[in-house]
Design a binder for this molecule. Structure first.
Ligand code: SAH
Length: 474
């Protein structure tokens, strides 16, 4: 069976970098059930076509396994070598593993970019469901993900038209998307169409499903069918996966900070988590500034945006982040697709980096920058300062960052370590005030500092906040 992925994005040969497979070479990979070949029948600036061809060994597939229930001959004579099935998903993950997880060594800036992509599957066995024809099933699975679908159904045998149609389709899917997302959709959905897996379905399949479906599955109208079929109807696993998908949708933030909780406390009695306190403090500062148009810089998965959206004081809300994945999660958690139009008009998400001047950030009343600066490399801080305080230049800037002095309070945090593996620095209160004071002076702002979270006598509070107000300009 053959999976063809092509693009007309220019220069199209960049597809080779995204798939980590050189367009000039034909490569062969040895998998447990046969071989996978990757080659490019066409690769030029205008168009690049990459093929993944599976060469399944039907004998190898059966050897040592007693799990084909349909009789002796069926073990050897069946459609498995010729159709796209769970074998194709295994091949995708083994041959295009980095691309599937959205990584690219050589094209870091390009992996998140949506490019025109076409995937063609020859051939896909499609099972319908009660009252759902196979053609409609294709539509229901790929349609909500935004694909334009062209499907050709093959007859059982050209020579005997009276035998009727087969369940086999050639399917072409088209959309501007990222290569990672396309592969994740195919990885999950290909085996869903025929619902037969060639291997034992254990709990790790739930993890695979949820990780490959992370940015889209909980929002998919057919998530129950997808989950049921993907997990070959293993009831307990299906229940587990569905519960987690629903939970994910409703999920509140997880705290970045190490937990000091001894025993789990019921939700009603639970003290507000540090992050909730922090968001509350930021929100209060923004509200009292009288701002109506607000930007959340490094908005992550949109926790503050949700609070802003709930308050009608804010008429225009813009969330910006460098991580497309976080923006997608924010989009889903905020249910932007389902908001009534008047609410929807108040909020936008945008991809951007805080270290590059960006005109879209100008003319806002207030900016929130919550737990972001410690993710920037210190040499980039000067660029960040100019982007925010010189060019975007909102009236009020509310910024939080960890207070390093407090780290000793967390017993679970080894001495000297930072709270998060991606933190480039964590400042003491003096270091923070030193930096923020300098910024205020250089850019014409006044600044005040507030502790966030429970204060300890010696080391202060876990988080620190600075509120900058623009001085009157003459
Ligand atoms: N403000 C959010 C997220 C904090 S995590 C919250 O409080 O929940 C830090 C966020 O900063 C991440 O989402 C990360 O993607 C983003 N970030 C890191 N460097 C960035 C940069 N240069 N430009 C924009 N966002 C950045």
């Amino acid at each position: 069976m053959l999976l063809t992925i092509s693009t007309t994005h220019k220069p199209a040969t960049e597809l080779g970098y995204l798939l980590h497979k050189h367009p000039d070479r034909c490569q062969t990979f040895h998998l447990a059930f046969g071989k996978a070949h990757v080659f490019y029948p066409e690769a030029n600036d205008e168009r690049c076509v990459s093929c993944l061809l599976l060469d399944v060994d039907p004998v190898g597939l059966v050897r040592g396994k007693g799990n084909w229930k349909d009789g002796l001959l069926d073990q050897y004579v069946n459609d498995r070598p010729f159709v796209a099935s769970s074998l194709m998903s295994v091949a995708i993950s083994q041959v295009f593993g980095s691309a599937l997880s959205g990584k690219s060594k050589e094209r870091v800036e390009f992996v998140d970019q949506e490019i025109p992509l076409t995937a063609r599957i020859d051939v896909l066995p499609v099972r319908g469901a009660r009252n759902v024809s196979p053609g409609e099933m294709l539509e229901r699975m790929f349609g909500p993900l935004g694909y334009a679908i062209t499907a050709t159904r093959h007859p059982l045998d050209d020579k005997f038209p009276e035998w009727g149609e087969s369940p086999y389709y050639s399917v072409e899917l088209q959309q501007s998307t990222t290569v990672a997302k396309l592969l994740q959709h195919l990885y999950v959905l290909i085996p869903v169409f025929d619902g037969k897996k060639h291997y034992y379905i254990g709990p790790d399949e739930v993890e695979k499903l949820l990780s490959k479906g992370e940015t889209w599955l909980s929002d998919h109208p057919e998530k129950a069918t997808i989950t049921r079929r993907y997990l070959s109807k293993r009831q307990s696993l299906v229940r587990q996966a569905l519960a987690r998908l629903v939970e994910e949708e409703a999920n509140e933030s997880e705290d970045e900070e190490p937990s000091t909780d001894v025993a789990p406390t019921p939700q009603t009695e639970r003290e507000l988590s540090l992050h909730e306190q922090r968001l509350g403090a930021v929100l209060a500062a923004i509200r009292s500034s009288g701002a109506r148009r607000v930007i959340d810089l490094g908005c992550g998965e949109g926790k503050l945006l949700r609070e802003l959206l709930a308050d009608q004081q804010f008429t225009e809300i813009l969330g910006m982040d460098v991580s497309v994945r976080s923006l997608e999660i924010a989009h889903r958690r905020l249910k932007l697709d389902r908001l009534p139009e008047r609410q929807r008009e108040r909020i936008r998400l945008m991809h951007g980096a805080l270290t590059y001047r960006d005109e879209r950030l100008a003319n806002f009343d207030a900016a929130a920058i919550v737990e972001v600066i410690e993710h920037l490399d210190p040499p980039r801080l000067a660029a960040f300062e100019r982007v925010v305080f010189e060019h975007a230049r909102p009236r009020t800037v509310v910024l939080t960052t960890p207070n390093r002095e407090y780290n000793v309070v967390w017993e679970s945090l080894p001495a000297g370590e930072m709270r998060h593996s991606d933190h480039r620095f964590e400042w003491t209160r003096a270091e923070f005030e030193d930096w923020a004071g300098g910024v205020a002076e250089r850019f014409g702002y006044s600044v005040r500092y507030l502790p966030v979270g429970p204060e300890e006598a010696e080391v202060g509070a876990p988080s620190q906040m600075a509120v900058f107000d623009k001085c009157n300009e003459v």
